[in-house]
Design a protein around this ligand. Structure first.
Ligand code: GTP
Ligand code: GTP
Ligand code: MG
Ligand code: MG
Lengths: 292, 276
């Protein structure tokens, strides 16, 4: 892992006497490679290395008896600083029914996460309504209805002949009439470059006015995480991110890329297929996972 | 990158960035750059355009070995479709069924994902769209029973190809990998190894974790073919270069969209051209 690699680099350097700028730069190269192998975006890595290099070249490291440890400490602190966020709770401060809209690429885990969020909110004393607004994917509405049944949480009745924007508006009216606290909207997966479908999301947001537009991203997303997240954010002004499939062995560098490019808080992580497998995001745990 | 004329450190760094951002991965990129640097030092490459062509050729050579289309060589032939959650297995089966039917084959889809909400319903809709046979059991029934049932039905009805859907599973989940191994044990017992294609589906948007997926699925059940989906997005799927180099498993198809016709036979040259 990175810690071992850096120890190895410094061990070789010890023979050369006191540490210098150029040999610390050698260790920064190891950090760059480790972050790239963890799927952090190339440009994000460059900017990250620039941000830590001042500290890495400072007295704290050069005069230290354990320079490798010092560098790791600096990297860890910077990662936590970037990925942490005070504002990572769900924003439910609005007149009910509060809208939460889930968006993202195909297969990232939105429908399952809608179920998890409904479960989470009910545990916190809210009465959620699940809204199936995916009229494209075969059996998507059935999928959300099945999850609702498993949880005994109501699902708004929609069908594939309807328009997603109209579904969401009708669901909000229904939620208001029937005193639901939260509407959790499941949208169809789509490419960030699909103008027509991205415009559809913008219309839903305009019609329904959700307090949360959550970008659901697969933790194992590669280099494109930056462009994908930036596009969703530019078009929709997302309020937060949920990283799914964190129960795998992906290093999860996409987390750093997404936070870096959007500045929006990572609010939850999905850690399994079951509907209770949603956890709060912990930047310190993510930092050590990325560093491997 | 390649408009410039001479080869220098800046050019090589731009090249490194191009390949890394296409998800080729550090190890593979270092190997490709080292080989190009070697040719430069031996004066075999003189300008940027020669550099580009050499690099394209090197990558092409790695991928060309993986360009082996699926051949239905026995009857009934079973295609087991496996992979992690959400990569596009069920959708790919719908597309493949339609393609094989167009080639004159009789096809039966086996609803082997008995676990995920509405998975059986999703595959049934695809079987109707492709106008092929469909076999299922109750939700939460044993997937092995569905596979067994499908094989027996195909044998008695003289069906050419069975395509079996399986539940998405992370390669790190030991109990789910054990369940998968059991499915293969049954299939191999009922049909024989030479009647089976084991297709691992990968999502082009995935980064280096795809290597771990291939490594573990291959170790546990033996992969005979790969499918890379979602290449209609902006991700280049460059991770398959390192995978081709290390595992030499053929890439059978690529997925380029969500409709029934959005499946293409893998072409190494097209793939390399799209990288640059
Ligand atoms: N292991 C694991 N699997 C997950 C997680 N979240 C979702 N999944 C699985 O990922 C697959 C895709 O989930 P869906 O909820 O259908 O994804 P989606 O984003 O709604 O997909 P589309 O609607 O097609 O865009 C399913 O098999 C889920 O069970 C997670 O945190 N961990
Ligand atoms: N754009 C695009 N989307 C695709 C492609 N292949 C599949 N999808 C979409 O990806 C999502 C997931 O597809 P599924 O077929 O349900 O994936 P899966 O692997 O069966 O998922 P699980 O069974 O839950 O593990 C769906 O929204 C599909 O329409 C592709 O080639 N391009
Ligand atoms: Mg969905
Ligand atoms: Mg499926």
């Amino acid at each position: 892992n990175l810690s071992d690699k850096l120890h190895g680099v410094f061990k070789k350097l010890k023979g050369h006497g006191k540490l210098t700028e150029s040999n610390i730069k050698a260790t920064l190269r190891e950090v760059k490679l480790a972050l790239l192998e963890a799927d952090v975006n190339f440009k994000v890595v460059k900017s990250f290395i620039d941000e830590i290099s001042q500290k890495a070249l400072g007295e704290e490291v050069i005069l230290s008896l354990t320079p490798a440890q010092q560098i790791i400490k600096i990297i860890n602190e910077e990662l936590i600083h970037i990925m942490g966020d005070e504002d990572s709770d769900l924003n439910l401060k609005a007149v009910p029914p509060v809208g939460i809209m889930l968006v993202g690429l195909q297969g990232s885990g939105k429908t399952t996460t809608c179920g998890k969020l409904a479960n989470y909110l009910r545990k916190h004393g809210k009465s959620p309504l699940l809204v199936p607004a995916d009229v494209y994917r075969p059996a998507a509405i059935e999928q959300l209805k099945t999850l609702g049944k498993q949880l005994d949480i109501p699902v708004f009745d929609s069908n594939i002949k309807q328009n997603p924007v109209k579904i969401c508006k009708a669901a909000k009216d229904f939620a208001l009439k029937n005193a639901y606290d939260v509407c959790i909207i499941d949208t169809a997966g789509r490419l960030h470059i699909d103008e027509k479908l991205m415009a559809e999301l913008k219309s839903i947001k305009k019609k329904v006015g959700p307090t949360e537009v959550l970008f659901v991203a697969d933790a194992m997303t590669g280099q494109e995480a930056v462009n994908i997240a930036k596009t969703f954010d530019d078009i929709l002004d997302i309020t937060g991110v949920i990283l799914t499939k964190m129960d795998g062995d992906a290093r999860g560098g996409a987390a750093l890329s997404i936070k870096h490019i959007t500045g929006k808080p990572i609010k939850f992580i999905g850690v399994g297929e079951k509907l209770n497998q949603l956890e709060k995001f912990h930047p310190d745990r993510m930092a050590s996972q990325i560093l491997g | 990158v390649f408009g410039k004329k001479k080869i220098d450190a800046e050019l090589l760094e731009e090249l490194e960035e191009l390949l890394i951002t296409s998800d080729l991965g550090v190890k593979t990129v270092q190997k490709l750059i080292a080989s190009v640097e070697d040719k430069v030092s031996r004066k075999l490459l003189n300008d940027a355009s020669e550099l580009k062509n050499t690099l394209k050729e090197d990558i092409y050579q790695i991928l060309a070995g993986d360009e082996k289309p699926l051949e239905i060589t026995k009857k009934p032939y079973l295609v087991m479709v496996i992979g992690i959650n959400g990569v596009g297995k069920t959708t790919t089966i719908g597309k493949l069924a339609s393609q094989l039917k167009a080639e004159g084959k009789s096809v039966l889809l086996a609803a082997g994902d008995t676990f995920r909400a509405a998975a059986i319903e999703q595959l049934e809709i695809w079987s109707k769209r492709a106008d092929v046979g469909f076999i299922r059991q109750a939700q939460n029934s044993d997937p092995a029973a569905v596979i067994f049932d499908a094989i027996a039905s195909a044998k008695s009805r003289g069906i050419d190809v069975i395509i079996a859907d399986t539940a998405g599973r992370l390669h790190t989940k030991v109990n789910l990998m054990e369940e998968l191994k059991k499915l293969f044990k049954i299939a191999r017992r009922e049909l024989g190894e030479d009647h089976i294609e084991t297709l691992l589906v990968l999502d082009a948007t995935t980064g280096q974790n795809a290597v771990s997926q291939v490594k573990i699925f291959h170790k546990e059940v033996g992969i005979t073919g790969l499918v890379v989906t979602k290449l209609d997005g902006t991700a280049k799927g460059g991770v398959i270069v390192g995978i081709a180099d290390e595992f030499k498993i053929p890439v059978r198809y690529i997925g380029i969209g969500e409709q029934i016709d959005d499946l293409r036979v893998f072409n190494a040259q097209d793939f390399v051209d799209a990288l640059f």
